[in-house]
Design a binder for this molecule. Structure first.
Ligand code: IMP
Ligand code: MG
Length: 178
């Protein structure tokens, strides 16, 4: 499929599945090299990262744990917008080597927020592995430890990523056609 329609938008093929799988293999080799003796805990940030996390886990050559978290938007008692709170973490991460798994880092606001919340739980260290990275959109200083592919600053879908809930099932990545 060269083009797909989702709701009101048309998307065209931009990254074939094979390139994504190679990028995930590269990340798994790097994590392997850095952390195989450190019993790392992988933490997948739902929803978009489920496919990346699954494929990455299958490439790991040593046994390691995985856990899943979500960011819930909730309106606090303050009226100054919503706060995104991390929910679903059952593990005690104190003293652990944590690797966060993200589908995509865009502005970096989400992942930096997650890292800050996790650091309060006193892990030994927190690293970030992202399947995709938009360097032109990134506004943070935090270094991203493991990057699968750098992509232009365009809206994409597929491989777990959605447009208003749709497109997550697509095997390739598609870019919106303006
Ligand atoms: P950030 O906080 O701006 O880095 O955005 C991170 C989140 O926005 C990701 O985890 C995605 O859920 C979503 N996102 C960013 N860019 C895209 C895109 O191109 N397609 C679909 N979702 C995206
Ligand atoms: Mg995400």
């Amino acid at each position: 499929m060269k083009r797909v329609q989702l709701l009101d938008k048309v998307f065209e093929l931009s990254i074939p599945e094979a390139d994504i799988i190679n990028a995930i293999k590269k990340i798994s080799d790097e994590i392997d090299r850095d952390l195989r003796d450190k019993d790392p805990l992988l933490i997948c940030v739902l929803n978009g990262s489920f496919m990346f996390a699954s494929d990455l886990m299958k490439e790991m050559s040593f046994n390691c744990e995985i856990s899943f978290v979500k960011l819930s938007s909730y309106s606090g008692t303050q009226t100054t917008g919503s706060v995104k709170q991390l929910i679903g973490l059952n593990e005690d991460i104190k003293g652990r080597h944590v690797v966060l798994l993200e589908d995509i880092v865009d502005t970096g606001i989400t992942i930096v927020n997650v890292v800050e919340q996790l650091k309060k739980l006193e892990p030994e260290d927190v690293r970030v592995a992202t399947m995709l990275f938009k360097p032109e959109a990134y506004i943070k200083d935090m270094k991203i430890d493991y990057v699968g592919l750098e992509i232009p600053n365009d809206f994409i879908v597929g491989y777990g990523l959605d447009y208003n809930g749709y497109g997550r099932n697509l095997r390739n990545i598609y870019t919106v056609v303006e």
